[in-house]
Design a protein around this ligand. Structure first.
Ligand SMILES: [Zn+2]
Length: 80
């Protein structure tokens, strides 16, 4: 017998829960982004985009994100 199951989704990470309370708790568990600073790699060549982004969250966590992939408007991928 086919059964319709209703779920609640965290608006931040997309994880689904069977109860609204758990989805709300998931949303509250995510630290909020406060600021992002950019850092260009020191190298002999000039590159217009930052290679590192440093994110600060409202719980005091600081995370550095390193360039993984870049894509231009025309869809081609950028190598750095
Ligand atoms: Zn979540």
């Amino acid at each position: 017998m086919v059964k319709k199951i209703e779920t609640y989704q965290c608006g931040i990470c997309g994880r689904e829960y069977s109860t609204e309370e758990n989805a709300v708790a998931c949303e509250k568990s995510h630290p909020k982004l406060v600021s992002v600073s950019q850092n260009h790699r020191r190298s002999s060549y000039h590159y217009p985009l930052p290679v590192f982004l440093r994110a600060t969250y409202d719980d005091g966590t600081v995370v550095e994100y390193v360039w993984n992939k870049g894509r231009r408007k025309d869809g081609t991928w950028i190598e750095h």
